[in-house]
Design a binder for this molecule. Structure first.
Ligand code: C2E
Ligand code: MG
Ligand code: MG
Ligand code: MG
Length: 284
């Protein structure tokens, strides 16, 4: 590539890139069987009502406890699992864990609102023929009410999907499960598609809250979020914002009418016991 460009350009060796490639290779090799070996675990990050500070629930986020490389984040292995199809059993396992966990929280917590759980769905799972059956089986097995589960699907997975591709999602929504559009606003959002997508929650990507981390906030970011909130509420959708890291962000986003916040300001992803503690504090 460097040669092609001609002139006296030369390629600089990137040791980081080499290290990354080696790790990717070893992750790919170890991925088959990692589920059976019990190497994955799920952390939960609280979702907080911006106006009342009440814990609404948590998002389940999968991690890989790799015996050599330590804890690996999902951005590094979900794409690999998607390439090999292993995302299907892995995603099913995360769903089972999360739904069981939410049922335990509900049993032990009697606060204002029964806590809910959000689970990310890969586009590959969305196109898997067993998805609807799996979701209803997992709910039946646990006894969790469908309304307490929210499946997060990225905008890019849905934009451009035809009506047939949306059928499973619509059937899941008909069960009473909530569907959230994750990372909203990062792609080429087709706003008119919100009319017919079976979603009830918009999750604004943290890019939107970035300009509000300190006073005064970026006036353009304020206007954009104000517009999205008004559109979402006009269509009967609720708005969750990712990446709330400071009290300034929490204040701005609440004043703009966002419903729910998620981010380090409220809590990092953590083992399920930590959520239990938060929920107990809420109830008292
Ligand atoms: P996501 O669904 O958009 O999840 C939010 C990500 O933002 C999480 O990264 C979370 O740890 C991070 N985050 C939360 N609060 C803050 C904050 O205040 N500041 C910053 N800078 N980051 C924050 P994580 O856990 O690394 O997950 C990355 C992505 O991996 C997720 O993005 C989701 O798309 C995917 N993912 C995670 N678990 C699963 C899963 O079980 N199945 C599938 N298919 N994808 C998953
Ligand atoms: Mg998500
Ligand atoms: Mg997200
Ligand atoms: Mg995101």
């Amino acid at each position: 590539r460097a040669k092609e460009l001609g002139g006296n350009r030369y390629e600089v060796a990137d040791p980081d890139a080499d290290a990354r490639a080696i790790t990717r290779h070893s992750l790919t090799n170890r991925l088959p069987g990692a589920l059976e070996r019990g190497e994955f675990f799920v952390e939960y990050q609280p979702l907080i009502g911006l106006s009342d500070g009440v814990v609404h629930g948590a998002e389940a986020l999968v991690r890989w406890g790799h015996p050599v490389h330590g804890v690996i984040g999902p951005d590094r292995f979900i794409p690999l699992a998607e390439n090999t199809g292993q995302i299907v059993p892995l995603g099913r396992w995360v769903l089972e864990q999360a739904v069981r966990q939410a049922e335990v929280w509900q049993r032990n917590h009697h606060g204002a609102r029964p806590p809910r759980v959000n689970v990310n769905l890969s586009p590959i799972q969305l196109h898997h023929p067993d998805l609807v059956a799996e979701v209803s089986r997992v709910l039946d097995d646990s006894g969790l009410a469908p309304e307490a589960l929210c499946l997060e699907v990225t905008e890019s997975a849905l934009i451009g999907a035809d009506q047939d591709a949306l059928k499973p999602l619509r059937r899941i929504a008909d069960l009473g499960v909530e569907i959230a559009l994750d990372d909203f606003g990062t792609g080429y959002s087709n706003l008119s598609s919100l009319r017919w997508l079976p979603v009830s929650v918009l999750k604004l990507d943290r890019a939107f809250s970035r300009g509000m981390s300190h006073h005064p906030a970026d006036p353009v970011d304020l206007k954009i979020v104000e517009g999205i909130v008004s559109l979402a509420h006009g269509l009967g959708l609720s708005v969750t914002v990712e990446g709330v890291e400071t009290s300034a962000q929490a204040d701005y986003l609440r004043d703009l009418g966002c419903d729910t916040g998620q981010g380090w300001y409220y809590g990092r992803p953590a083992p399920p016991e930590q959520m239990g503690t938060l929920l107990l504090a809420d109830a008292s």
